[in-house]
Design a protein around this ligand. Structure first.
Ligand code: PMP
Length: 437
């Protein structure tokens, strides 16, 4: 085989020159395993990028994609529909919290966020509150890479260099290793951090704010879980000031926490939920915004009969092939009980396994919920803030794919993972972490 040419492909979120000097190529995947070029198997403890929830390369989904691509590969979105889009929407909303009964489709998490922000603006405008144009996000929040998403997001490199084109302000994050180290599940301390929203409302004025957007737990920020009562308090403050609340569940959706959505798991209903990734088990791009009846009806009835109510959409909104992949994904999730599996014995096993690493000197915190978790490492002074990336490279060599974020190793294994596979991950990490100097 000829030498692989690497110059043409400008890789995303990757130090291209470093990568291309020693490319790490994944050739195939199955279940919870990735196979590297050359044949070595690695456990995918991150389900791809928090997304292959039912495990890789499920033939049932592949078959559905193939059949759909042969039957109806595409039809225009302007005044056309296909039955599958309606059928799939009805099926999706059976899993959303009560009242979030309408779906707007996009292709990526970033597009779902952008759509949700625009829906919020449209809603405020048509109900006569057009001064409400700014958003409140949160430090460490990740909401994709489009202009709205980087504005509301709270991870500096995502907006540094591009600016924050949409007006947004940020609440404090809730990571408090000092008080909450080694919490199991939701941390005890920090509910008062929700009052930071009151501070921002007082500063900017409620009449300027369209919506608050948070991930129920911050994923790309390093698996930062909400303190007990925190999300409830955000909901109360939003209600008090008539602000919309958006949960970005691109990561936390589809069984990660032990419920279909973290909103249900944590008992707080937002006005919109964004979803992507696990929605198709990451096989083909698809995203969705689940929207409340109140928002949907308000936007629908405000426009004159015959007018487009919401002038927004993508060529591939509700793409038939993506809908088919989504349907087959739901078949698997429902049949195999994957949406609630993390709430049972396996989630408990995961928690105990991760916390068994707490005795290592180099581990300064373990965070977990459902089937997600992070191990915070004591970083050498010169590598603070970037130690996770270094150790995740070593974990890959040791046979485990774990994501380095800041000084943490973050994991979100496929929801099909078994106990002995969790043991393998933790054994390998124990060996690796205890050898760190
Ligand atoms: N929101 C959240 C919470 C995410 O984690 C991500 C992706 N990691 C996105 C939005 C953006 O999704 P995408 O990369 O599909 O645009």
């Amino acid at each position: 085989m000829s030498e692989m040419q690497t110059d043409a492909f400008w890789m995303p979120f990757t130090p291209n020159r470093t990568f291309k000097s020693a490319p790490r190529i994944v050739e195939s995947a199955e279940g919870i395993y990735l196979t590297e070029k050359g044949g070595r198997q690695v456990i995918d403890a991150t389900a791809g990028l928090w997304c292959s929830n039912a495990g890789h390369c499920r033939s049932e989904i592949a078959e559905a994609i193939y059949q759909q691509a042969k039957t109806l590969d595409y039809s225009s979105i302007f005044n056309f529909g296909h039955e599958l889009g309606f059928e799939y929407s009805e099926r999706l909303i059976k899993h959303t919290p009560d009242g979030l009964d309408h779906v707007f489709f996009g292709n990526s998490g970033s597009e779902a966020v952008e759509s949700a922000l625009k829906i919020a603006l449209q809603y405020q405008r048509v109900r006569g509150k057009g001064t409400r144009t700014m958003f409140i996000g949160r430090e460490k929040g990740y909401h994709g890479v489009n202009f709205g998403g980087i504005s509301v997001g709270g991870i500096a490199p995502n907006y540094q260099g591009f600016g924050q084109p949409v007006k947004a302000s940020h609440m404090r994050h809730t990571l408090d290793i000092g008080r909450n180290a080694f919490s199991r599940g939701l941390p005890e301390h920090g509910v008062e951090l929700a009052e930071d929203l009151e501070r921002l409302v007082a500063f900017h004025g409620a009449d300027q704010i369209a919506a608050v957007i948070v991930e129920p737990f911050a994923g790309a920020g390093g698996v930062v879980l909400p303190p007990k009562g925190y999300l409830q308090r955000l909901r109360e403050i939003c209600d008090k000031h008539d602000l919309l609340l958006i949960f970005d569940e691109v990561i936390s959706g589809w069984g990660r926490t032990g419920s279909a959505f973290a909103a249900t798991e944590f008992g707080v209903t937002p006005d919109m939920i964004t979803s992507a990734k696990g929605i198709t088990n990451a096989t083909v791009p698809l995203s969705a915004v689940f929207v409340s009846d109140e928002i949907y009806k308000t936007v629908m009835t405000a426009a004159p009969e015959g007018a487009v109510e919401f002038f927004h959409g993508y060529t591939y909104s509700a793409h038939p092939v993506a809908c088919a992949a989504g349907m087959a994904t739901l078949d698997i999730y429902e049949r195999e009980g994957l949406l609630t599996r993390a709430a049972g014995e396996i989630g408990q096993y995961w928690e105990n396994a991760l916390h068994s690493l707490a005795d290592l000197d180099n581990v300064i915190d373990v965070r977990n919920y459902g089937l997600v978790g992070a191990i915070e490492l004591r970083a050498p002074q010169d590598l603070k803030g970037k130690y996770g990336a270094k150790v995740s490279g070593m974990a890959w060599e040791a046979g485990v794919m774990a994501r380095g974020i800041g000084d943490a190793l973050c994991m979100s294994p496929p929801l099909i993972i078994e106990k002995h596979e969790i043991d393998t991950i933790v054994d390998k990490l124990r060996g690796l972490i205890s050898a760190l100097v």
